[in-house]
Write a protein that binds this ligand. Sequence first.
Ligand SMILES: N[C@@H](CCC(=O)N[C@@H](CS)C(=O)NCC(=O)O)C(=O)O
Length: 234
Amino acid sequence: MAVATPKIKLYTNHACPWAHRAHIALAELQVPFEEEIIDLSVPRTAEYLKINPRGQVPSINFNGEILAESAIIANFLADAFPSHLLPAAGSPEAALLRARTAFFVDTFISKINGNLYKAQSAPTDAEADEWIAKYVDGIVKEIEPQLANAAPFFNGSSKLTQAEVLTGSFIIRLFALLKHGVLPESVANDLSTKAPNFYKWGQAVANHPSVSGIFPEDRVVAFTKNAIAKARGN
Ligand SMILES: N[C@@H](CCC(=O)N[C@@H](CS)C(=O)NCC(=O)O)C(=O)O
């Protein structure tokens, strides 16, 4: 029996890196979906709070079933539509790659990425530099070795994988901030010399259409500049 095309509605905001994860997964899986943009600058409507009581994006309605939390949504999509993103569970080999992918994502998201956001909200340039140094150090020590066999994507893959689905929104932001001079040029120099695997991988990720597709670069850069100026009391 042919599997009916699921009805999917994504509640999102294109400026949100967490919601961006669901867009990357859906683009890569080429699954049709409808989207509703949630305005995060105003209180959430009672209607949206019924869908996601946390009031956050993303949320997804999949054939009438609601899911929230970006990693849960992206992993659900990868499992619901077996593809090049992630091997289906069921063998030790698949389990190992799934574990390595999860470890890569956990390293980047829970140990490293936050330092860049702390740099943006630091009250002084000196403090920001310390957070940026921690970010670069984490990439060099922990991410660089995990990308030794990237080709150009995680674990020798020529196509995006779940590792990129779950980190790509942050990687494209890093490269946009470097490109627009929001982060010092020394960061690009440090990353490209001390973490060449990461730098090459990051450029491939940021340039991939499934990652760059909905990314509102100018809006994110302007928002970030504004947030930094505010944090420094300017
Ligand atoms: N842990 C959540 C974080 C989502 C999140 O922080 N979304 C932000 C926008 S980037 C949001 O909806 N903020 C509105 C709010 O918290 O009221 C996930 O991974 O989905």
